[in-house]
Every structure is written in C-alpha cells, then in structure tokens.
Write a protein of this length. Structure first.
Ligand code: 5GP
Ligand code: ZN
Length: 114
C-alpha cells in the first residue's frame, strides 16, 4: 500500500509525534486532536479496517489491546481514564483506510458520542 498515509508514517517517510513503538505497532499523536489527549495506535502491517481482519491478525490485535495501558501511562491518562475507539467504514467515520485505535482522554468525555 504505497499511497497509504499510515503505512508511510509507520515507515518513517512522514513524520509523526511518536508516543510508543515496537516491532508490531506504532503510536503517535493525532494531527487533529478531538480531546486534550488523542493518540492513535496502528499495526505496522497494512490492514484496511476491522472488516479486513483475518485469523492470522489475532496476535497483533491482542497485542494492540495490551499496549494501550502502557501508552495511557506515557500520556498521563492511565489513572484519570480514557476511551478507545475504532471507526470502521463510512458510517463509522473511518477516514484513513489503515486500521487504527483512537485513545482519547484528558477530560470527561461525552457518552454516547452521537
Ligand atoms: P478515522 O476517522 O479514520 O478513524 O481517524 C483518522 C485520524 O487520523 C483522524 O483523527 C485524523 O486527525 C488523523 N490523521 C489523519 N492524517 C494524519 C496524519 O498525517 N498524521 C497524524 N498524526 N494524524 C492524522
Ligand atoms: Zn497502510
């Protein structure tokens, strides 16, 4: 996926404000934050959306879940709380076709999101 913006960020071809990285995932600040703290977590592997996951992606998705709490500590929202969201497709509001988690916090967030 040569044109994919998040693949380019994962490869270091587009800069980002990195929060966390390991061999499978990268986390960075959202360029247009929707909360005082808003970071994204992406698999380095290109997966378009939740609809495109296969059994072989189970490990990486589990890993993404496990690193959330470490990222939350790094951005100081571990104890105050936060929300994790994955948008999928048009009605889900997915704009970037590379699977990503949003971690939002730093204030009391509205629920339901509307
Ligand atoms: P989606 O709507 O696809 O769930 O979320 C995409 C998110 O990626 C948006 O919150 C948007 O602000 C963020 N985003 C889009 N392009 C870039 C970029 O080039 N760099 C960073 N850091 N965030 C981006
Ligand atoms: Zn990609």
């Amino acid at each position: 996926m040569e044109e994919c913006i998040f693949c380019k960020i994962a490869k270091g071809e587009i800069p980002c404000k990195k929060v966390y990285e390991d061999d499978k995932v990268l986390s960075f600040e959202d360029i247009n934050p929707k909360a005082p703290v808003h970071v994204l977590v992406i698999p380095k592997k290109h997966i378009e959306s939740l609809n495109d996951l296969s059994e072989e992606d189970s490990y990486i998705m589990g890993h993404m879940m496990l690193v959330i709490k470490e990222i939350a500590k790094k951005v100081n929202i571990h104890d105050s709380g936060y929300r994790v969201a994955i948008n999928c497709g048009k009605d889900g509001g997915q704009e970037v076709p590379h699977l990503h988690l949003h971690i939002l916090g730093g204030k009391s967030l509205n629920w339901p999101p509307g």
